[in-house]
Design a protein around this ligand. Structure first.
Ligand code: SF4
Length: 366
């Protein structure tokens, strides 16, 4: 099959490798652009959230490049992620595209359905071969996550503007070419060496910001206006609340989610509200306890889980003395507006640090 999938952060080299190992031809999605979003927004219902629109646009691009199968997954619970597969499929078929759809629900929620979908994907290969292939993909993702974290640490300390991002792109491309287990290990070491060779000042103690919120806008740089690069280049060390492997551990291989952050959220929000809404509440508390200077909450416009979390932000910010910037994002959001808000937020955190004071620093773009 000529299989396509959505683009989300550094997942592409992993899915691409798994598909090749299983004898399929991956129609690898390009990184989303304004055009991708415009395509998705043209065909999606107006109320749909931005991840839905970007992924829809990506599917159209891949189908136009010859994909005959789409591979996707969806969340479970009170949010629209559960409708993604059905809705994407209907819209694309109404547009006249013909394709097969392999849609994965979380395995522990619908195990029979999950294994049926896996069977379609594995074709004539054995289950043990499939397991080895997926395990190799997971190991590759662990390294890609580590490289991302390294980039987040080095970027605010770099001597030359942009050198970390360039090194990361080089490491990413080496990882993408690595296909066997030994090639992956070797590429990981090489990528690590490339990253730490970036001239930077280890003694700096930059501002630290936790990025929290909805998974897609956290992981996909295009969707979040390259917020990690922007903050890094403003001299801020970033740590996200979600990485692909932590998501796999907490939300795919478990039904409980990230319990550490959910437990922290309990006094404020005692139940799951879909997506990562409850986690966003807990993550603000977590980053405050870790001594971070601030938190940026990324929320697709009209995303109910993040709107619920946002309603608690003023109280959390006051109780835990940590400033929180909430950025609601849709296709109308402009890069200049995001940049200005980030600059103002960084300015405010710098002042707070220099005064050693705490207080309510809540700000948002609504
Ligand atoms: S979590 Fe929010 S953005 Fe993500 S699918 Fe659900 S409603 Fe949409």
């Amino acid at each position: 099959m000529k299989a396509a999938f959505g683009h989300m952060g550094t997942l592409t080299p992993v899915i691409e490798m798994i598909l090749e190992d299983l004898g399929h031809q991956p129609i690898t999605p390009n990184r989303p652009t304004r055009q991708t979003l415009a395509l998705g927004a043209r065909y999606a219902p107006e109320f749909a959230c931005i991840p839905f629109k970007i992924v829809l646009g990506t599917y159209v691009e891949c189908l136009q490049r010859g994909a005959d199968t789409l591979i996707s997954g969806g969340g479970y619970g009170p949010c629209r992620a559960g409708l993604y597969g059905e809705l994407h499929g209907r819209i694309l078929r109404d547009l006249g595209y013909k394709f097969g759809f392999i849609f994965f629900w979380p395995p522990l929620r619908k195990p029979v359905h999950f294994f049926r979908q896996l069977k379609k994907l594995k074709g004539t290969h054995s289950w043990s071969y499939l397991w080895i292939t997926i395990k190799k993909g997971y190991d590759k993702q662990v390294i890609l996550d580590d490289l991302e974290m390294l980039a987040q640490r080095i970027r605010p300390r770099e001597h030359k503007y942009g050198s970390t991002s360039r090194a990361f792109e080089q490491a990413y491309s080496i990882m993408r070419q690595a296909k066997t287990a030994s090639e992956i290990r070797k590429a990981g070491k090489e990528g690590h060496e490339i990253m730490i060779a970036v001239p930077h000042d280890q003694s700096l103690q930059p501002l630290k910001v936790g990025v929290i919120g909805e998974i897609y806008v956290q992981l996909e740089s295009f969707a979040n206006f390259f917020i990690e690069e922007q903050l890094g280049q403003l001299g801020v060390e970033v740590r996200r609340s979600i990485y692909l492997t932590s998501y796999a551990r907490h939300d795919v291989l478990s039904t409980k989610g990230d319990m550490a952050s959910r437990k922290l959220a309990m006094p404020y929000l005692a139940q799951k509200v879909g997506g990562h809404g409850q986690n966003s509440v807990g993550d603000i508390i977590r980053y405050s306890k870790l001594g971070y200077d601030g938190v940026v909450q990324l929320a697709p416009f009209s995303c109910i889980p993040e709107i619920v979390a946002k309603s608690l932000v003023p109280q959390l910010s006051k109780d835990f003395g940590i400033p929180v910037l909430t950025l609601f994002i849709d296709e109308q959001t402009g890069a200049a507006g995001i940049k200005t808000r980030l600059e103002a937020f960084v300015d405010m955190m710098e002042q707070r640090r220099s005064k050693g004071c705490q207080g309510d620093g809540v700000t948002d773009n609504l």
